[in-house]
Write a protein that binds this ligand. Structure first.
Ligand SMILES: Nc1ncnc2c1ncn2[C@@H]1O[C@H](COP(=O)(O)OP(=O)(O)OP(=O)(O)O)[C@@H](O)[C@H]1O
Ligand code: SF4
Ligand SMILES: [Mg+2]
Length: 353
């Protein structure tokens, strides 16, 4: 069994919204003046997961771990090197724009930087009304009214409809991006770091909004973030990525309370704990160095060059396997006994008290 061929727990067949199977994207690595192909960037390397209706899967990992590439593969902005994407049981892998147009009514993308995706010459109301026109519903007047209703739904008052994107704050622009995405009445939102550019209080407000919208509209979310703290209150399940692979995936509670993979343990050790008692019990794990290049990943366990628990067995690749509690983990040492053992880190790594 390889990491990619495993099917983690997720939505059951009847309520399944999205399934990706062994999804892989290798970009050509070119060098020299002629731009000859000299290798591959393994941006996404055999990723599998599923997502149920009304469910949020958070995808978390450091910069360059392949999170955005997964979202782009799902929405059809990239073609996979191999693997499949199934949306409501329909195999949409490799669909061209013409065929994806129907899918985009049900699946929308919210970008990290709404600045880049909002037309600076259009007013907020027009931006949302234009998205409404995709469904070819209603008159121009109806669409203008509906745009104001959608702006209100995301907490932007009616008078904001006449503003241009640059006249909004970062948080308001992100709300506008969400209103535009909701205009086509999607079932699934791919949210690529939707709150990363915002300050902490604005992040909380936007996460509350997404939470309420999910309950009201029965939306499914793929929520991408750098940081586990951001997804703590919104994720139902969490997938942790490292070098293009899922290294751990499972229910939020298990991931936060009993992380089985040393990488998850390290990420989690950086998350502030609200109660001071818990803070005392947990040590901060500082990982050595930067992640290796996805064009030259380590052999064996991809995390072994930075892992504080590395052992001789780690020169062989660990499969993503069931370690109990609905969690799949790609660590040879993972298991109920190894869970949450940040304090048991060996002297090989740096553990800051
Ligand atoms: N179009 C592309 N051509 C070549 N390489 C790419 C392309 N898009 C992404 N990559 C590479 O693929 C890897 C994964 O990139 P990706 O953008 O998916 O990471 P990410 O996890 O979203 O990072 P971040 O947190 O910084 O947004 C990186 O090494 C990146 O440089
Ligand atoms: S398999 Fe080895 S190197 Fe990889 S995460 Fe587990 S202990 Fe660390
Ligand atoms: Mg990204």
């Amino acid at each position: 069994m390889t990491a990619g061929s495993t099917e983690p727990a997720g939505g059951t067949a009847s309520n399944e919204m999205l399934r990706v199977e062994n999804l892989t994207k290798h970009f050509p690595l070119r060098s020299g003046v002629l731009g000859r192909r000299t290798g591959s960037i393994r941006a996404v390397d055999g990723v599998s997961f599923s997502l149920g209706r009304g469910e949020t899967l958070a995808i978390v990992g450091e910069s360059g771990s392949g999170k955005s590439t997964i979202a782009r593969l799902i929405i059809g902005l990239h073609r996979p090197t191999s693997g499949r994407v199934l949306f409501r049981s329909e195999d949409i892998t490799g669909y061209d724009d013409a065929r994806m147009r129907r899918i985009w009514r049900d699946m929308q993308f919210v970008f990290q930087d709404p600045h880049a995706s909002l037309d600076p010459r259009m007013r907020a109301g027009q931006i949302v009304a234009e998205a409404l026109a995709i469904r070819r519903e209603g008159t121009v007047a109806w669409r203008a009214e509906e745009a104001v209703r959608l702006l209100a739904l995301v907490g932007l008052p009616a008078e904001h409809a006449t503003r241009y994107p640059h006249e909004f704050s970062g948080g308001q622009r992100q709300r506008l991006g969400i209103a535009r995405a909701l205009a086509v009445r999607p079932k699934l939102l791919l949210l690529d770091e939707p709150v990363s550019a915002l300050d902490v209080s604005m992040q909380a407000q936007l996460i509350n909004l997404l939470h309420d919208l999910q309950a009201e509209l029965n939306l499914s979310y793929v929520f991408i973030a750098h940081d586990l703290a951001v997804v703590r209150h919104i994720a139902h399940r969490v997938a942790v990525m490292y070098l293009g692979r899922i290294v751990e995936i499972g229910p939020r509670q298990e991931i936060f309370e009993q992380p089985s993979h040393p990488y998850t343990q390290a990420l989690l050790s950086a998350v502030p704990i609200p109660d001071p008692e818990g803070r005392e019990k947990r040590s901060r794990i500082v990982l050595r160095g930067e992640p290796p290049s996805p064009s030259d990943p380590p052999s064996g366990c991809p995390f072994r060059t930075r892992c504080f628990k590395v052992a001789p067995i780690c020169s062989t690749e660990p499969p993503l396997r069931d370690v109990g509690g609905g969690v799949m983990s790609a660590c040879h040492l993972a298991g109920p006994a190894a869970a949450n053992s940040a304090g048991a880190a060996e002297a090989k790594g740096t553990v800051d008290a």
